[in-house]
Design a protein around this ligand. Structure first.
Ligand SMILES: [Zn+2]
Length: 179
């Protein structure tokens, strides 16, 4: 006689990665937010090298503690890429810069990344300065192999700059006219 199996429909879930359904009473699984996956599918996913677009999505989901990226944010990402020529990794870095380096608080009343165009250039400058510093350090290693006699130090005459409360390019011009 065939075994009569009674399955609670609530136990049947779909794996977010392989899209196959399984019974969570009989299968090793991982639950992230409201989404389920086979344990082995989650392990494979952890090891897989992600694209820049996926890394951005993962960062945004961690930021807002959600398991999906809202259509509103997806629309913003596409808009930044199409209208401003931003990149996925650039948007990602801008958000890391704003929330982790500048330590700005996350406004949870508003889920969106509308801040990005306002901070993108600052973030770019920050990472560019880091990159330059890194290049400089790398060339230091090369300098070790250059004979000492090659080192020429020419002191640069320093212009005395008055301390001001305000900095503007206009002040800079006035400074030059004074000389
Ligand atoms: Zn799976």
């Amino acid at each position: 006689m065939p075994e009569l199996e009674i399955t609670d429909p609530n136990d049947i879930v779909v794996c977010r990665y392989c899209k196959k359904s399984f019974n969570k009473k009989e299968t090793e699984f991982v639950k992230i937010g409201e989404k389920y996956s086979h344990k082995h599918c989650a392990e494979l996913e952890d090891k897989r090298e992600k694209t820049d677009a996926e890394k951005l999505d993962i960062y945004i989901m961690e930021l807002y503690k959600t398991d999906f990226v809202s259509p509103r944010i997806k629309k913003q990402i596409n808009q930044f890429i199409n209208d401003y020529n931003y990149t996925y990794s650039g948007i990602h870095k801008a958000l890391v810069y704003y929330y982790e380096i500048k330590k700005k608080p996350l406004d949870t009343r508003y889920t969106g990344i509308g801040i990005v165009p306002y901070i993108y250039q600052d973030a770019y400058n920050y990472y560019y300065a880091l990159w330059l510093a890194q290049q400089k350090n790398e060339s230091k290693d090369i300098n070790k192999y250059i004979p000492k006699e090659w080192e020429v130090h020419i002191p640069v005459p320093q212009r005395k700059v008055k301390k001001r409360n305000l900095f503007s390019f206009l002040d800079e011009e006035e400074e030059m006219n004074e000389q």
